[in-house]
Design a protein around this ligand. Structure first.
Ligand code: BGC
Length: 854
């Protein structure tokens, strides 16, 4: 028996995080036992585990792979922890015992005051390097750096970059909190002379950011940093190096830089000292980080490198990437090269009109020395790079790197259909490309914001593909602070830049409170709970969920019809194709109808959450949900059980999916949905609201084969249409490129938008049948709904317990065969297409077409 994969709040050996709650988890493998009988978790302040801070004692019949621990933590302290497991299950040769390796987590400064001051330099075209020289007189035992830099920063100590992360401090609502980082720098500080340098850039904080206008200095007009370096000596004693008037600065080689426009670097610039100023800025927003590390997770070589007839070099990296290109080699002194990034070629030519105003370039002037050059304070969404300025004989080595929040991949599906596999991979790739500290809508154009609607509708898929718990916790932290500022009206994106209000300011910056988008505040926490079962996280997020429903309740009081929400502006079924006007992004489905349906869905989520948390108000929210349902049915259904608004695929699928109809109307809704698809020549025409629920509604309601038709449809509009046109990520629009590969418009047209990738949720949930409810007595329903058009489907999902497998195959003689695996301590109820059910515990199982054991 082996105990593996020790995590704290879903993070591996996290340093400097916010630990307002502690949920420890582990996996058990390599045992014939199915459950743990005895579990003990200990936490110590020393690695030898002799100085115990916590001991769970032996917990009998403990059939979990995670534990919430209550512990009064000390600041700047590393805690080591271990799990011991014993099994004495019947049927085993002998009792087994195992001890995990030691894992750890380390606190940040917690409530400790910052002794350091904010330091800055006068704003200059060149990015500053603030530094401090110091001498270390004896051997270092432990060195920790606590630091926040605005806009973006990188730390270097004695020529070595501290940590393996980029684009720190990441993106969050800097006006409401400032998440600082903690680095273990013990290895890079040496006895003798040392230099710590902090390079600052513009970033989201003060560089150009935001669509529809030029916004600068959104969070502040000065770059600045604050840092405390704690040194602990082997022979006792400590010292501290803190940012103060003793620091110096010079102007570095980085010139203009920004998230959208890219970066300019010039290695020919002369040394220029800069005066350091101490700022009296507020430090109260500084708080420990929550975001998973932002790292390089993949490296790519160009699949082709061609010299274009106009003299530039065109690099093709073969797939969409979010990150940047680095190059290595020698250029001539003062030679300048320029890289421009684009997503797609048009007529075999480099193209980037759909990036709108984002310049997305990198300009470098060489000092003639051999170098590895990379950007520091920007990123790009691209597949193609145009390189200008190289001379005939010159050869540089180019590599692209994916930069993303480094979270673990947990899901995979592999089928007998190559195109479906490509589609599935594209949905994962779009998540990778848009999970860069916050869930962005797209990674390439002048937008890249944390749109709440996109995050909401993709959250289920995201939690299958990757362990998205910590990532969404980080996002929700900003979301809740922004929501509170808006008195409950959840904004369209979080963080919400507070742009200067002008006459024509886009209302997206100013308003909030729209269905689907704002429902992120209820649906994301509820999704996280279903997938990961973390009660403390749900408890942390409950105030946000409740505040959102209370906001709608307040709005609905002003509505003519009590208990419905029909009095605000919504985006409704965004980008649906059913309104007959391709230029109008709002689909045909009545937005007020959708808003009231979402009000019901969010209220139910709050009621269920209150139930899980043991709160009395659960009943009140349940009653509210019942009232909304009644009002909804009275208003939107005729006595005969027909919808009295214009029927759309989205309207039918949405209601079927959340059970919002009078019982006698169900058959009508089903028929109507089928009819609407047939009427549209077997194609979908749904947008953001309808697409995630369309195939689930079909599979749940006896039309599974129609769901497969939609999946397999290769014509426009449909998912495989874009696969056929060479997409490597999911497009924003069903017609982002037309049949000939010509881009359909440039106003709002990204080739890397994960929203419609929510079809992967259906693939996990219905094709493979994974329906997790991890905190329940039965952790998972596995209800595969196969289709003969596939000869096999192999699905995996790694939960907190470990990996569930659901594979099926089809042969004409024998029909379907199912292979199921359930991880240690978990269970699952498997439901076969013929309705047969059985409860399985940990193990590997095989069933025939009728659900009989093989
Ligand atoms: C974004 C979205 C977003 C939408 C809402 C777009 O510009 O890219 O995906 O949800 O605006 O209006």
């Amino acid at each position: 028996m082996r105990i593996k994969h020790l995590r704290v709040n879903h993070l591996e050996n996290p340093i400097g995080y916010d630990f307002s709650y502690l949920k420890l988890s582990w996996n058990v493998e390599e045992t014939a036992a199915k459950y743990s009988d005895e579990v003990q978790v200990i936490i110590s302040e020393t690695e030898d585990m002799n100085s115990l801070a916590y001991d769970s004692g032996i917990m009998h019949d403990f059939r979990q792979c995670s534990l919430e621990v209550q512990l009064n933590l000390k600041p700047r302290t590393r805690y080591f922890w271990k799990v011991f497991i014993g099994v004495h299950a019947a049927g085993l040769q002998s009792a087994e015992k195992a001890e995990s390796e030691t894992a750890w987590f380390e606190t940040a400064k917690m409530e400790e005051d910052w002794e350091a001051d904010w330091i800055s330099v006068p704003e200059n075209k060149r990015m500053p390097v603030l530094y401090r020289d110091f001498e270390v007189k004896s051997r270092i035992k432990k060195a920790r750096l606590y630091i926040f830099g605005a806009g973006l920063y990188e730390v270097d100590i004695n020529g070595t970059k501290a940590g393996d992360e980029y684009l720190l401090p990441g993106y969050h609502s800097y006006d409401l909190l400032m998440e600082y980082q903690t680095f273990d720098v013990t290895e890079i500080i040496k006895e003798g002379d040392n230099r710590i340098s902090v390079l600052l850039g513009e970033g989201w904080y003060k560089g150009r950011f935001g669509f529809d206008d030029v916004y600068l200095n959104l969070y502040g007009d000065r770059k600045k940093c604050i840092a405390e370096l704690y040194l602990e000596y082997e022979f006792g004693g400590t010292t501290r190096i803190i940012t103060d008037a003793g620091w110096k600065a010079f102007a570095g080689n980085i010139l203009e830089n920004g998230i959208y426009d890219g970066e300019r670097q010039d290695d020919t610039l002369k040394y220029e000292q800069l005066p350091v100023e101490v700022l009296q800025d507020d430090k109260s927003l500084l708080t420990a980080r929550t975001n998973p590390p932002i790292r390089k997770t993949e490296e790519f070589n160009p699949i082709s490198e061609e010299i274009h007839k106009d003299g530039y070099v065109l690099l093709d990296f073969g797939e969409s990437i979010t990150g940047w290109v680095e190059f290595y080699g020698i250029l001539e002194k003062e030679q300048q090269i320029k890289l421009q990034y684009g997503e797609v070629l048009q007529n075999q030519e480099f193209y980037r009109e759909n990036l709108r105003t984002a310049k997305a370039e990198f300009v470098y002037t060489s000092d003639g020395k051999e170098r590895n050059v990379r950007p520091h304070f920007t990123y790009y969404g691209f597949r193609y790079v145009k390189v200008e300025g190289l001379r005939d004989h010159q050869k540089l080595i180019f590599h692209a790197y994916r930069i993303m929040s480094d979270i673990e991949e947990t899901g995979s599906i592999y089928t007998s259909n190559t195109k479906v596999n490509k589609l599935f991979e594209n949905t994962i790739r779009s998540q990778k490309c848009n999970f860069l500290d916050i869930p962005t809508d797209c990674p390439q154009r002048d937008e890249r914001m944390g749109w709440t609607g996109d995050a909401n509708i993709f959250a289920n898929t995201a939690c299958f593909h990757m362990d998205s718990s910590a990532f969404f916790r980080h996002y929700a932290r900003s979301l809740y602070l922004e929501q509170k500022l808006m008195k409950g009206a959840v904004p369209f994106f979080a963080p919400r830049p507070k742009v200067p209000v002008r006459e024509n300011t886009n209302p997206f910056y100013l308003d909030g409170g729209a269905c689907i988008w704002s429902d992120a505040a209820t649906m994301i926490p509820w999704t996280l709970y279903k997938y990961y079962g973390d009660v403390p996280l749900l408890r942390e997020q409950y105030p946000m969920m409740k505040l959102w429903v209370e906001y709608i309740r307040m709005r609905s009081r002003e509505n003519e019809v009590p208990d419905l929400w029909q009095n605000d502006r919504h985006l409704g079924d965004w980008l649906a194709l059913d309104n007959g006007n391709i230029h109008n992004p709002i689909g045909k489905t009545d937005s007020q109808f959708l808003a009231s349906a979402c009000y019901y869905q969010s209220t139910l989520a709050v009621a269920e959450t209150a139930g899980v948390l043991g709160l009395e108000e659960a009943q009140e929210y349940l009653e509210l949900a019942e009232r909304i349902k009644k009002a909804f049915i009275d208003f939107y259904f005729t006595k005969e059980g027909r919808l009295n608004i214009e029927m759309t695929q989205t309207a039918c699928a949405f209601l079927l999916n959340i059970g919002l109809y009078p019982d006698h109307a169900k058959e009508n809704l089903k028929e109507e949905l089928k009819h609407l698809i047939e009427e549209n020549n077997g194609h979908l025409n749904t947008g953001f609201a309808g697409t995630p629920v369309l195939c689930p509604a079909l599979s749940e309601n006896g039309m599974n084969s129609l769901a497969y038709d939609l999946l397999l449809n290769e014509e426009y509009p449909g998912w495989l249409h874009e696969v056929n046109l060479g997409a490597t990520t999911v497009w924003e629009r069903w017609n982002s490129l037309d049949e000939n590969g010509v881009i359909s418009g440039t106003g709002m047209n990204s080739l890397n938008h994960y929203a419609y990738g929510s079809i992967a949720d259906w693939m996990y949930r219905y094709m493979c049948g994974f329906q997790p409810d991890i905190d329940k007595k039965i952790n998972m329903i596995i209800r595969p709904m196969p289709d003969k058009r596939f000869s096999y489907v192999k699905g995996k999902w790694k939960s907190v317990f470990g990996t569930y497998v659901s594979n099926w195959s089809y042969q004409e003689q024998t029909g379907f065969q199912y292979d199921i695996e359930i991880p240690f301590n978990a269970n699952a109820e498997i439901v076969f297409p013929n309705g047969k059910r059985c409860l399985l515990e940990c193990g590997t199982y095989h069933f025939d077409n009728n659900g009989e054991s093989l």
